[in-house]
Design a binder for this molecule. Structure first.
Ligand SMILES: Cc1cc2nc3c(=O)[nH]c(=O)nc-3n(C[C@H](O)[C@H](O)[C@H](O)COP(=O)(O)OP(=O)(O)OC[C@H]3O[C@@H](n4cnc5c(N)ncnc54)[C@H](O)[C@@H]3O)c2cc1C
Length: 423
């Protein structure tokens, strides 16, 4: 296998695979230290801000507002390199990382590849549902929604039209709830203006949740409030509903109930992708990689795992830390400190709270000492997300879009842009 061309220096070479919240935060910290040569590997050449994918899917934001090119980020550094590649295998003994563009030697290796959509081995589901784990999938969803509205306008058969209009969302976590709320607002505010001939009252939006409440990672009062907000927007929240399969036309539940819809958005599960060279014993539930509290992968010297893919065993958290941005960021901060100062400080997660938005002036926020709902919670959600987006230009564009949408009750991005079809 060819060696990837990266100058070898006296510096300690740290390879970081994955430029998400964890990987990127680590790059930023380590790139300030001249003892290290930092090599970032990612299958894309940009960082994606996942919490706002649903707004791209609902035509509220441009994809370019929520992604940030890695090369721009490392422009001013002298010890940082980026290579666009996919990880293929790790040779721990030779300290060699194999990627789709060749092999690279490392002194230390950090795996921060995040997680992917989990279809629980159901091929039919995988082929027919729409996931939302990348900006391209969000854009795909936007196109499908708009295409189906166009098709519904010319469809004369009631049942077929209904099939094009109804949407099923599977998974009542923050992603499912936010998508359901945004779709319901689109139905309420946009459809009557854009598709006057369609009767928006006929559109059904279902949110299917396996457990007995939505937002089950938040407090019971927040989940009840979120459900009320969704119901007020006309979303049909179905709890205790486990999907068995979806054949592209009908969603079949484990209890035999069926829903007819062409579009099923899958926000019901995530799992990591296994990497050759990481021993089977290092994997736990959801293909997360087991590490100690210093982020070191068990039985793999000089290799670390951070973020969604990492699982730190602890009695308090038998299922690991929540797979959210704050955990990824705080893990990266802790590892950066340990690497820079040559220390061994264990990871301690500081829970800053959790939040979800349902629509305009409607959100829920759980903080340590208080719970917020309504406009204050919604304003806080906007502020936190705006603050977290990378790049001043992106922040500005997102802010302008939000203000515009808020004042006009309209989104300006309902464009159906598709790749050119050959032939
Ligand atoms: C739709 C959605 C909404 C969310 N909303 C919220 C929210 O509101 N608040 C919150 O705290 N969290 C939210 N999350 C979760 C949050 O985004 C994750 O916890 C966080 O992104 C984890 O960071 P990470 O660095 O571990 O992985 P990621 O951010 O997923 O980054 C992984 C990186 O690795 C790269 N990569 C993956 N596989 C390979 C490979 N084989 N080779 C090379 N590179 C690879 C990817 O391209 C990506 O850049 C949301 C997630 C989704 C999907």
């Amino acid at each position: 296998m060819i060696n990837v061309n990266i100058p070898r220096t006296e510096q300690q070479r740290i390879i970081i695979v994955g430029g998400g919240f964890a990987g990127l935060n680590l790059v930023r910290k380590l790139s300030k230290n001249s003892n290290f040569q930092v090599v970032l590997i990612d299958k894309n050449n940009y960082h994606q801000f996942q919490p706002l994918f649903y707004q791209v899917a609902m035509a509220g934001l441009e994809p370019s507002s929520i992604v940030f090119p890695f090369r721009k980020l490392i422009q001013k550094t002298t010890n940082c390199y980026f290579r666009m590649a996919e990880i293929e295998a790790i040779d721990v003994d030779k300290k060699l990382l194999q990627t789709s563009i060749g092999s690279i030697a490392f002194d230390k290796l950090i795996i921060a590849t995040g997680v992917d959509t989990n279809y629980f081995g159901n091929i039919e589901l995988e082929q027919n549902v729409i996931p939302m784990k990348s900006v391209s999938e969000a854009l795909y969803l936007r196109n499908i929604i708009l295409e189906d509205y166009e098709a519904a306008l010319i469809e004369t058969d009631h049942e077929k039209r209904q099939h094009l209009l109804d949407i099923v969302i599977v998974g009542g976590g923050p992603t499912g709830v936010e998508v359901a709320g945004a779709l319901a607002e689109m139905k309420k505010y946009v459809l009557p203006k854009d598709y006057k001939e369609l009767n928006e009252e006929q559109i059904d939006i279902y949110l299917l949740q396996g457990g007995d409440r939505i937002l089950d990672g938040m407090s019971a009062s927040s989940s009840a409030k979120a459900e009320l907000y969704l119901q007020n927007l006309g979303v049909k929240v179905c709890k205790g509903s486990y999907v068995s399969t979806f054949d592209g036309k009908t969603v079949t539940m484990k209890n035999g109930t069926t829903y007819s819809a062409k579009k099923v958005i899958w926000a019901a599960g995530i799992a990591g992708k296994k990497i050759n060279g990481i021993p089977e014993t290092a994997y736990v539930r959801g293909n997360r990689i087991k590490t100690n509290e210093f982020h070191e992968i068990v039985d793999m010297p000089n290799c670390y795992a951070l973020g969604d893919i990492a699982y730190i065993q602890s009695d308090q958290l038998p299922y690991g830390h929540p797979q959210v941005a704050q955990v990824a960021i705080q893990m990266a901060n802790n590892l950066a400190k340990n690497l820079i100062n040559n220390t061994h400080n264990p990871f301690e997660y500081k829970d800053l709270g959790s939040m979800a938005t349902i629509g305009r002036n409607a959100a829920v926020v759980d903080l340590k000492r208080m719970k917020l709902t309504g406009f204050i919670a919604w304003a806080m959600w906007l502020f936190v997300h705006l603050f977290s987006i990378l790049g001043l230009k992106n922040k500005l564009f997102v802010f302008i879009n939000w203000v515009w949408n808020y004042l006009t009750y309209d989104q300006s991005l309902r464009l159906l842009i598709r790749p050119r079809r050959k032939g």
